[in-house]
Design a binder for this molecule. Structure first.
Ligand code: SF4
Length: 159
């Protein structure tokens, strides 16, 4: 069972979307220099379909996207939650921030509109860094994926 540490409404994690970001606990990735060590413990409220629905309802019409931050210990559970969102809230886009370089072989990505891949490497920086190892992908209408990482690196000095 997935658990989550916290939630927030964010504007920069997914380009052009106002996202309910849900930080999933129990991260197994162990990146050196981890920027979110509070996510390493598998602690917090359970994140099942009912709780996800409640969190989305709390946001009302103020969001356009739900972004799962983490969940690499149980990718199929993240996918199941994403599929449930598609059914109950079909107007919302669904994003997933994975810390893996690659998703499990044969993993069905059709429940997601955006997927971020790649562990955090301190020396290379996050998505906004020109040297980042991470990639943000956006699903095209034909089901293929577009690399939109450069969208994070076009911001001017005022962000
Ligand atoms: S994926 Fe994120 S939370 Fe997990 S170890 Fe790496 S930096 Fe920390």
């Amino acid at each position: 069972m997935l658990r989550y540490a916290d939630t927030d409404v964010v504007f920069q994690e997914v380009p052009d979307e106002v996202s309910l970001a849900i930080s999933i606990a129990g991260c197994p990735n162990g990146c050196p220099g981890c920027h979110s060590p509070h996510l390493l413990d598998d602690a917090g409220p359970m994140l099942d379909a009912a709780e996800l629905h409640r969190l989305v309802e709390c946001c009302g019409s103020g969001i356009t996207c739900v972004c799962f931050m983490g969940g690499d210990a149980a990718p199929e559970q993240v996918r199941a939650l994403a599929l449930g969102l598609r059914e109950l809230h079909p107007h919302l886009r669904v994003a997933w921030y994975s810390g893996r370089q690659l998703l499990p072989q044969g993993f069905d990505t059709s429940a997601f509109d955006y997927i971020k891949l790649g562990p955090y490497v301190e020396a290379q920086g996050p998505l906004s860094s020109p040297t980042t190892n991470q990639r943000m992908l956006r699903r095209r209408p034909d089901g293929s994926w577009d690399d939109i990482t450069s969208r994070f690196q076009r911001r001017g000095p005022l962000g």
